[in-house]
Each structure stands twice: as structure tokens, then as C-alpha cells.
Ligand binder design. Sequence first.
Ligand code: 6GU
Length: 226
Amino acid sequence: MRINVITIFPEYLEGPLGLSIPGRAREAGLVNYRLIDLREYATDRHRTTDDEPFGGGGGMVMKPEPFDAALGALEGPGRVVSLSPRGCPFDHRTAVRFALESDLTLLCGRYKGIDERVTEKWVDEEVSIGDYVLSGGEPAALVVIDAVVRLLPGALGDHDSAASDSFYEGLLSAPSYTRPAEHDGRSAPGVLRSGDHSRIEAWRAWRADRATRHRRPDLLDLDAAD
Ligand code: 6GU
């Protein structure tokens, strides 16, 4: 898979993409990241990428020409996704969908967003990582990339398992414990140390259901609606 990111801060992503599962997946040849510096596609000598919004109001809008040039220079951008607080919520299903693409291009907006004409011409979908405002799309791009790359076959080692992650089956996951069996006066549940895999599975299903009902009842509602 190839993932392109168009941003005014390529350095923001460089470090994190070399670490942990995103870094390992790159080393294993499962994914290639191309960080594209939007400023290199600016045309004026100040390399301007933003301007004041038509109609007034605070903040700055990202100019259309640099994005147009940067996207035009990509031979095959694949699915083009803009990161914006105005986007549709990014979730596990979206991550699975993106992981099936061979090419993905993420646009990082800043300030008040990207000129809408760029979105109309190039963008397949806009996604948001939650109901709050970030200073820019860069942290959201890292979130999307991490969630997508860990789904690529071979990205996770033996001891990591996507199948036991929260949201894999539409629920939060059960809590986890490791050695020591007794810590600070608290015991890890005996069932998890029993070696009885059907009892362990039943315990995890019960705790997953309980956590989901308490914290995210909306996930159970969504299940019913599907
Ligand atoms: Cl994708 N971008 C920005 N700037 N803010 C956000 C976001 C994205 N998702 C939630 N807040």
C-alpha cells in the first residue's frame, strides 16, 4: 500500500511513522509513506499556502493552487481523503475500507480549512477523528495511518491481535491483565489463569458487553440498526 500525505509540516509525521507498527510495516515492505511538503507547490516567493477567507471572519483558508499542483503531480493518488473537523466520523469500518485501497492520499488542512474547490475537484471523502478542533489535520493523519496500517496482513506480530481489539466485533474489548498474578493487593481474575479457553472466552464476552453497555451504549444501538 502507498500512503501519500500532503501537509505543510512533513516533519510532524516523519518521526512517528518510523516507530512502532507503522514503522515496522514500512520496514516489512507492507506500506510506503510519501510525505509531500505543500510549500514546495506554492508559486510565490514567500511560498504562501494560506489566505484570508472570502466573506471575512477569523482564521485563514488554505489556498487552492498549491493543493491542485501537489495532487496533479501524484501519478495515482488513489482514494483522496481530507482531514477536517467537518468530516464524517472516522471509525473502525472506515479504517478497514481504507486498508483495502492500494493508494491513499491524505490532505492535512490547517486554520479554517482548505478552499472548497479543492475538495470538490479531488476529495473522495472528508473524515474527522472526533468532536473537537485540532490546529491541523496532521495528528489526525497519524491516527488514520496507524489505524489503517495495523490492519494490513502481516503488520501485527504474533502477540498483537487485531481480532481482540476494541471495535473489531463492534464492542469495546474486555480488560487485560499480565504477570504478576497478584499486584498491590489485587489479583488478576482466576478464570484468565485457569487454562479453560471456553470459560476465558465467556468471561471476555461478558466483560466486553458490560464495558460497552456502561461506556458506549451507542455502539449497541448502532449494531441493532445495521
Ligand atoms: Cl481530521 N482535523 C482537524 N483540524 N480537527 C479535527 C479533526 C481533523 N478531527 C477532529 N478535529
